[in-house]
Design a protein around this ligand. Sequence first.
Ligand code: NI
Length: 169
Amino acid sequence: MALLPILEYPDARLKRIASDVTEFTPAIKKLVDDMAHTMYEAPGIGLAATQVNVHKRVIVIDVSETKSDLKVLINPQIIMADGEIVGEEGCLSVPGYYDTVKRASHVVVKAHDASGNPFQLEATDLLAVCIQHEMDHLVGTVFVEHLSQLKQIRVKTRMKKRQREAERA
Ligand code: NI
């Protein structure tokens, strides 16, 4: 398994819209394995293919404390959403920054697994939030883009400073 480099906000490639997976090939299985490995190593609780510069509708999530409940969602679609939850979010593409975002507290999503089998998943609370956060990535939205313009400018400044420092190191 390979560790994939993660794009950092405000990289323009994070704005790309992912396209549906149409063939469930061994390459898709490898992508899922590499993404899961990258997410666990980071460590994070979710990763969208967009974040590793692959513009396909593929998400991996594991919100369990024991890191033993990997969920793979390919071509995910939310078919029901209700309730409201305001929670603190972070993102592997915006390291070190956390802020609160309003999401649906309960969603039903339909998706395919890495072999192409369709399934439905009902999710609440953290898992529901994580699904919405990762699905946002697939349409080019990073969670900070739900915040005020002022906060977005601050985050961009902070990230650019961080990236300059990393380049010098
Ligand atoms: Ni994210």
